[in-house]
Design a protein around this ligand. Sequence first.
Ligand SMILES: [Mg+2]
Length: 232
Amino acid sequence: MKAYRHLFFDLDHTLWDFETNAHETLEQLFAEYDLGRHGLFSFAEFSTRYRDVNHALWRLYQSNKVTQQQLREVRFVRTLTRLGVAEADVPTDMSARFTDILPYKAAVFPHTHDVLDYLQGKGYHLHLITNGFEDVQHIKLQSSDLKRYFEEVITSEHSGHLKPDPRMFAHALARTGATAAESLMVGDNLECDVLGAYNSGIDQVYFNPDKRRHFAETTYEISSLAELRDFL
Ligand SMILES: [Mg+2]
């Protein structure tokens, strides 16, 4: 087994429970903007439609086809117009409101704090490498009390590249003074985290809490963060 010294974690959907936190934020927006008054859709329909629209936009963002600005501008307009609301009736500040509220939510995956305490206690250097936006990611770390574990927080916005671009991983190694051979990447995304790390010569842990079927080869695979203790 390799002697890892630097552990790089993805944040969204790996430590910070994005789905739970986004769901709570959408509930808050649905109530604040009284979206039920249209009589066109339930909260569940609003939430599902938003998720589909946002997912499609993120894919475009990750392949550099839309900008952060465009993604933020379009997501609620598209969600609500597809649910039958006239474009003129879509509140213009809704996306900004979502972005303002979401990072203050604190839900993390089970065992996050236990495992990070354990790994820190064992002397590993812990870092984050995330495709999220700089401003937002730092608030999430404060809200969920995760900041104290990490020596470096590497965001795509700061590095100028998105995972799986090897330049993002090169930037991370340079910033932390780590070598690829002594590094391990932990993340939920097979392309961004696992393939990205693999292409940079970094071993990978695929965090697969839903136990999705796949055909990728990964150094390790876990469905609970607690399993990191089995080999670290
Ligand atoms: Mg992720």
